[in-house]
Design a protein around this ligand. Sequence first.
Ligand SMILES: [Zn+2]
Length: 113
Amino acid sequence: MATKKMIKKLDKVFGAFIRSRKNCEWCAKDGNVVQLQWCHIFTRKCHNTRWSELNSLCLCSGCHRKAHDYPVLFTEWLKDYLGEEIYEELKREHNRTKKWMDYELEELIEKYL
Ligand SMILES: [Zn+2]
């Protein structure tokens, strides 16, 4: 079972990795001009896909809010952005059962640091 301490540590590292994409993936605004955020396509509450690159987007705060306020618009854009194949792969990844252990989170920290 993963501990809260490790989850917090990995969140910090993985979030920085996603934000290093430098631009908002929806509106393309530059991270030097707008605040970039790590957006989860499937909720971060689901640990299956919490640290998945497929499930993660780098969005500006405006687009991140828009994604949550207009879920239909967001999903339509997302399907087009990812393409049907990747979109289906993400759904499969989300639907698997995954229980993380601390050593696995440690491996992810090493990978994304
Ligand atoms: Zn944006």
